[in-house]
Design a protein around this ligand. Structure first.
Ligand code: 5GP
Ligand code: ZN
Length: 123
């Protein structure tokens, strides 16, 4: 837990969120300002700032985090197959467009067109 970190507070339940998944290590919830019909945020409970801070030692939990993505996408409205699918985005640092300094994956999907905001998020 890092004090004053928004996603640490959401993970601890100190700030409400529309949760769709949680286990001992991860939490997924709806983005408060969705850029697509499906827009989830998947975060590790442990505080890590971004993918810039990841090393080979993180391969285990990071692999588990990635492996949750297709399940969360399909369970929350992303259609399967080549006519469906999803987009996975993780912004890192100022140049990466990161606003919340706690590692998170954006899982985006649903019928297009999506919002113009996505141009800054995931172009
Ligand atoms: P970033 O720009 O850091 O990659 O993305 C941060 C995301 O967090 C944004 O898409 C923003 O809408 C979302 N967000 C910011 N504050 C909150 C909040 O209090 N609750 C939820 N659910 N999402 C938030
Ligand atoms: Zn945090």
């Amino acid at each position: 837990m890092s004090e004053n970190c928004l996603f640490c507070k959401i993970a601890k339940g100190e700030i409400p969120s529309r949760k769709v998944y949680e286990d001992d290590d991860f939490l997924a919830f709806h983005d408060i300002n969705p850029a697509a019909p499906v827009h989830l945020l998947l975060v590790p409970r442990k505080h890590i700032v971004s993918l810039e801070d990841v090393t080979a030692a993180d391969a285990g939990w990071l692999g588990r985090m990635v492996s949750l993505v297709p399940r969360l996408a399909s369970e929350n409205g992303c259609s399967p197959g080549p006519e469906g699918g999803f987009r996975l985005v993780s912004n890192a640092g100022k140049d990466g467009g990161q606003e919340v300094a706690h590692l998170h994956f954006h899982i985006l999907g649903g019928p297009r067109p999506w919002q113009a905001r996505l141009a800054t998020l995931a172009s």
